[in-house]
Design a protein. Sequence first.
Length: 567
Amino acid sequence: MSEENLKEKEEIKPSISFIEQFIADDLKEGKNSGRIHTRFPPEPNGYLHIGHAKAICLSFGMAQKYGGKCNLRFDDTNPVKEDVEYIDSIKEDIHWLGFDWENREFYASDYFGKLYDFATDLIKRGLAYVDDQTAEIISAQKGTPTQPGTESPFRERTVSENLDLFVRMNNGEFEEGSHVLRAKIDMTSPNMHMRDPIIYRIIKTSHHRTGNKWMVYPMYDFAHGQSDYFEGITHSLCTLEFEVHRPLYNWLIDQLKTGDYRPRQIEFNRLNLTYTVMSKRKLLQLVQEGSVSGWDDPRMPTLCGLRRRGYTPESIKKFIDLIGYTKVEAINDVSLLEHAVREDLNLRTPRVFAVLNPLKVIITNYPEGKVEEVELINNPEDETKGTRNIPFSREIFIEQDDFMENPPKKFFRLAPGNEVRLKGAYIIKCDGFKKNEKTGSIEEVYCTYEPDTRSGEPGSEKKVKGTLHWVSAKHAINAEVRLYDRLFNHEDPAGQKDDDYRNFLNPGSLKVLRGCKIEPSLGSAKPLDKFQFQRLGYFCVDYESTRENPVFNRTVQLKDTWSKINK
């Protein structure tokens, strides 16, 4: 997607979403006594990614906009996959996006007792039964969307037998997978989720909050709606794959509710990105197999990865506003996300000089030992950012790509006989160069400068076509720069049926450059400080950076190069 198309899309602000219209209508009709209460219910089995950010912005955003509340509720119903590390990271990510749940931090495990009692009540009412069959047999008996299912031979067990078996399941008398509790609904329903769904299974793994108190754990469909009900949620906002679960959600609420109140489930489309995988299972696989350095690897779509790479909460929110919420599944162009962060960083980051592939330039007629202070504007988009001074001396570094021995036409950078302006300083002219005798590579370039062409002073009006960034060799700080690019080189790596998504990993997604030269003002930069390296892109100080060994991650290039690559 070109920059022009991105800007056009940016100008088309989506109208009020259908979800917000539902909420506005409910308020107008006085439902739930005018309350708006949402929730964000992550599973603590992995780190949040940008797809979760869409759900966070919706649930917290709607509550914020309409003066309501939003709960944070961890769906901790599967102790096999859960970890306190994930809980801590989820809370950090939500706060980083700018949202807060105040004192409303809940867990599905808070309701294990109530859910167990509710399941027991269903058994007593003849609406649930214990099934001794394997998961494979139960699945086969479900039938197909066009063929009704087959009833379990255990479907008509007596209430007393079911109660006894359910208690013994929780006492640990049976092995995992040997017994399940199923809701008794309708094996002929056209909705497969209504064909006697499993609502409890045996798991003999210690839970991070309840220890070994429970040996049976509720399925997501059973815990989710009831937790909404217990917390007084008015609008349960979830992604489209749960649309077919809604009849079961409502059926269970009907069995539980005692009055007119019921949560309203509303579904919206997931956030999918080109050149990205969004499955937590696949992301975990990448971490475990060492394809990335961890959940916070800057190539990952995780919020902690994006944060480490230099993305801002504002850019992510802006991107989500642009794509909006609909009922249609789509894959969004990652170029729009990259455009959003460019636009945001352009306004907030100072411009600095860094040379990633240094080539020494010696200005032969500049006095040895002389050092001048050159004043530069920090951000032309924001005058309040002020100016800074950097040193200029006889020997400087420029980018290797900014010099060519035999340049093509319209090469306006440095070459034998060419003149260029050093940004903020003088015009220089190339008089010669030195090559390495063994490799033939250019080692040094020799230039002369025109003293009366210093920027901002009388006589500086002389025009040249090329302007280069530079760093004083004497004052430069050595740094490591990590050039991050897209993790996959296929637009839809997970959607190729005959190929493993890992076959599309981009071998050039990370290039580490050592011996880069940065201006001295960057010596005091702290982790997560963000800058525009002039002419090179936006960069962020990495967590591993120290004063002795500064490390910078490239957030994004100044322009989208992938649209050109893939034409």
